[in-house]
Design a protein around this ligand. Structure first.
Ligand code: HEM
Length: 418
């Protein structure tokens, strides 16, 4: 057995049994981060903070929420909003965090794309990130159902219906997901279980994987420089802090991270206090009514771009054909970013502004996704339908055709393998 001596402090006692000092070194005090990164690299820690706020506010909401179609609406809009002390505050914090977390996810994702942080050994960081995007989306969708208002009900109706388009198993799958022939109490209770238990658990596990996948390749930097982390860390430890290209995560880098988190919290609590309504659809303050379809059904802002890709193909070429094209395009749009490390054929890791055609590709993609988001909220009629259609085609072409072509050319020009 290992040698144990009398400990002089609780820390020492724990260290003898759990090697806590070593663990702390591995996780924080000797986890090396490049010096050459900007505030955009703090978005990961901002995301962790937002996720923690979602979990804590969710626990408070859970104390009063009732997952039953007869009680859910009142438990949210009456008990939580009016009866429970500060219930309104927890609800606004939860709803606003659920919305702005997607803003930060998109900033984090597009930072990765801009700086090429998804290639050369960083593929697992990217894939685990995309898994987080998908599970966060499922978490947001299942949470949106819980207040059992008109939008909750009809969004559940539209989205579960989509599975009906899958060949052969579609219609049975819809019934299986709903737990009934229509969206009903069984649907609400299973989405409740997913929202408060299974999905948060899966998200925590994937966050663990995301962090672990950062360990070997380390984070990228503003110039895409290939840093020898062991060599630079030795320099830092030998006192050459100025010459070294890296800093330890704790306590140096975290102090910068916390500054950004602080600024973000000011923005977040400003929204919670003064503009919470942007995160709550007015139609959802009407109780769910299966007999009354809202004139215009649309998802929250963060799903609008992919919703528009789905709708973009619903033009008049016979309903079945259009539906299957739309569904296929929607399916592709939702998984295409997983394949980014392989659609980009160039070995160059550098910021987009140093990568010629890629720079234009990046900004056209951003503008196209903004157009899809704007038109996803407008009724799909007349000119809107055409703009949606062209923006959807552009989106697919940019990722499936243009990116491989321009990056193959880039690979050739630098003499790297395609
Ligand atoms: C939603 C929960 C997420 C959390 C808590 C999270 C957390 C983090 C943290 C702490 C870092 C290291 C520092 C930084 O670059 O910010 C990081 C890096 C990274 N994340 Fe995420 N992330 C999340 C989602 C995503 C998503 C959706 C993607 C995109 C698909 C993604 C892709 C990446 C990439 C590529 C890096 C490496 C950046 C680099 O090397 O420069 N992450 N993440």
């Amino acid at each position: 057995m290992a040698h144990f001596s009398k400990a002089n402090s609780i820390g020492e006692w724990l260290d003898q049994r759990l090697a806590t000092k070593k663990l702390w070194k591995v996780l924080a005090a000797e986890y090396w981060v490049p010096k050459n990164i900007n505030f955009l690299w703090a978005m990961g820690v901002v995301l962790m903070t937002m996720f923690s706020i979602l979990v804590i506010s969710g626990i408070f909401l859970l104390m009063y929420y009732k997952p039953d179609v007869h009680l859910a609406f009142d438990s949210v809009n009456y008990t939580i909003m009016q009866e429970a002390y500060y219930g309104w505050l927890w609800r606004h914090m939860h709803a606003v965090a659920a919305s702005v977390v997607f803003l930060v996810i998109y900033i984090h994702m597009f930072t990765g794309i801009y700086y090429g942080s998804y290639k050369q050994g960083r593929e697992m960081i990217w894939i685990s990130g995309m898994l987080l995007f998908v599970t966060f989306s499922a978490e947001a969708f299942s949470g949106y159902m819980l207040p059992w208002g008109q939008m909750s009900y009809w969004a559940a109706q539209v989205i579960t219906n989509l599975f009906g388009g899958i060949p052969f198993i579609g219609p049975d799958l819809v019934i299986w997901i709903r737990g009934n022939f229509y969206v009903a109490d069984s649907t609400l209770t299973r989405f409740f279980m997913l929202h408060v238990f299974l999905l948060p658990l899966v998200i925590m596990a994937i966050i663990g994987l995301h962090f672990y996948s950062l360990r070997i390749p380390h984070v990228n930097n503003q110039d895409g420089e290939d840093i020898d982390f062991d060599y630079e860390a030795e320099k830092y430890k030998n006192g050459q802090k100025r010459e070294s290209k890296v800093i330890p995560f704790w306590p140096v880098f975290i102090s910068k991270d916390l500054f950004v988190v602080g600024v973000f919290m000011i923005f977040y609590f400003y929204l919670v206090g003064f503009h919470y309504e942007f995160a709550m659809d007015p139609i959802n303050f009407e109780p769910a009514n299966p007999m009354k379809t809202p004139p215009h059904i649309y998802p929250e802002w963060y799903f609008l771009w992919s919703y528009e890709v789905l709708r973009g193909f619903f033009f008049d070429i016979g309903p079945f054909k259009a539906m299957s094209i739309g569904l296929t395009a929607f399916g592709i749009a939702n998984v295409i970013f997983f394949f980014l490390p392989w659609l980009d054929k160039s070995p160059v890791v550098a910021p987009a502004h140093k990568r010629g055609a890629f720079k234009y590709w990046f900004w056209i993609l951003v503008i196209d996704m903004i157009i899809l988001t704007v038109y996803g909220k407008l009724p799909p009629t007349g000119a809107n339908a055409w703009i949606g259609f062209f923006a959807s085609i552009t989106f697919l072409a940019l990722l499936l055709v243009v990116l491989p072509i321009i990056t193959k050319k880039e690979a050739k020009s630098v003499g790297g393998a395609a």
